[in-house]
Design a protein around this ligand. Structure first.
Ligand code: FES
Length: 127
């Protein structure tokens, strides 16, 4: 009986720990690009900075402050919903096509990202 109780406490502790790590956004996640690059990072990190650390420099004139709209990429999986801060930079078609501003995206789970050379020149603010 005591052994079962100890086992139950251990299992519940592990479940609670996993849940807390997921909620705090610090779980390990993986960022994969459609051209075959892949690397791990911590949940809660910034996509723009993580790509830069991995040697993938998206265009930027604002230094990741969310105002130049040059850090565009398509997040094909795991990006969640577009934020209100990003929305003015994209048409409805682009939102449906999963375009995002990398500097405004907090990585919560593993992502599949498409980086395009043509990212420059898009994303003129319409508001
Ligand atoms: S780096 Fe300028 S908007 Fe993202």
């Amino acid at each position: 009986m005591t052994l079962i109780l100890i086992l139950a406490v251990v299992v519940l502790s592990v479940v609670a720990l996993v849940w807390l790590r997921r909620c705090s956004g610090s779980a390990k996640v993986r960022i994969t690009t459609t051209d075959g690059r892949s690397f791990g990072t911590q949940g809660g990190s910034n996509l723009f900075l993580e790509l830069r650390k991995a040697g993938i420099d998206l265009p930027s004139t604002c230094g990741g402050q969310g105002s130049c709209a040059q850090c565009r990429c398509r997040v094909l999986r795991g990006g969640g919903r577009i934020t209100e801060q990003e929305r003015p930079y994209f048409s409805q078609e682009e939102i449906k096509a999963r375009w995002r501003l990398a500097c405004r995206l907090t990585v919560q789970r593993s992502l599949l990202v498409e980086i395009q050379d043509s990212a420059n020149g898009h994303g003129k603010r319409r508001a």
